[in-house]
Design a protein around this ligand. Structure first.
Ligand code: IPE
Ligand code: IPE
Ligand code: MG
Length: 246
């Protein structure tokens, strides 16, 4: 039974490291870029499924700071795909009440891609059904570095004292400001690492690793992840409610 029909808790925020496009294509004797195209279609379906489940925030890792080191042809194909994905889905995202945000080192993207991102972020800014955040040219260490630089600048201007810098000050200076931390982090393709994604924000996320390659990811895996989330007991450093008086 799917989570929709049961009394399962639905996570508020799911983050996904979408991995395995290259291997998916290779298994079919196709170039890696074919896997990326298929992966972009998967994004469309997954966004729809998550919105239908009532998930409020979905954050997808699409391209890391480190992915810039891939062959130029592959990087250029990934740029074309983000351009195409956002352009061709803008109207539908908006119609479905989805707000789009893109996080990452935006200045490294091509000018026209930046313009498309800005226009769709503006178009969908008031939507509240689901916030879709795409991490593109994103690295968590780079994000933290920028936050440190911004806060250091505030100190320099005398706006804040070093001893008064709070956890919230750090969160609020990240690119994910105003987005609650992920409840669930899923990585596809069987790799068991974080690869510089949302290091600060996943402090208490439940981690789920599935062997499915991203182009094959769908409803079955979402159902599994939500069911698994419900099996986990989140204690946030405390003790279980049943153990409190023992
Ligand atoms: C994930 O698939 C997409 C990106 C990182 C851009 P990969 O391209 O990493 O595919 P594998 O891991 O090589 O199979
Ligand atoms: C992480 O996948 C980045 C994205 C999914 C966008 P990679 O395939 O780049 O990560 P590594 O190289 O396996 O750590
Ligand atoms: Mg990979």
């Amino acid at each position: 039974m799917g989570a929709q029909e049961s009394s399962e808790r639905i996570p508020q925020h799911i983050a996904i490291i979408m991995d395995g496009n290259g291997r998916w294509a290779k298994k079919r004797g196709m170039p890696r870029t074919y896997g990326h195209k298929k992966g972009a279609e998967t994004v469309r379906h997954v966004v729809e499924e998550c919105a239908n489940f009532g998930i409020k925030y979905l954050t997808l890792f699409g391209f890391s700071t480190e992915n810039w080191s891939r062959p130029v042809e592959e990087v250029s194909e990934l740029m074309s795909l983000i351009r195409y994905y956002i352009k061709s889905n803008a109207a539908e995202l908006h119609k479905n009440g989805i707000r789009l945000r893109v996080i990452g080192e935006r200045h490294r993207l091509e000018d026209d891609v930046i313009k498309i991102i800005e226009s769709v972020e503006e178009l969908t800014a008031q939507n509240t059904r689901l916030t879709l955040t795409i991490a593109f040219s994103y690295g968590a260490r780079q994000e933290l570095l920028h936050a440190v630089q911004k806060i250091a600048h505030m100190v320099e201007l005398g706006e804040i004292e070093p001893k008064n810098i709070s956890i919230d000050d750090i969160s609020n200076n990240l690119m994910t400001a105003n987005i609650p931390d992920p409840d669930l982090l899923i990585r596809t393709s069987g790799e068991l690492r974080i690869s510089n994604f949302l290091l600060w924000q996943i402090a208490y996320a439940e981690l789920i690793f599935v062997d499915t390659l991203w182009p094959d990811f769908g409803r079955t895996e979402i159902d599994y992840a939500i069911a698994e989330f419900n099996r986990r007991e989140r204690r946030f450093g405390g003790v279980s409610t049943t153990d409190q008086n023992k």
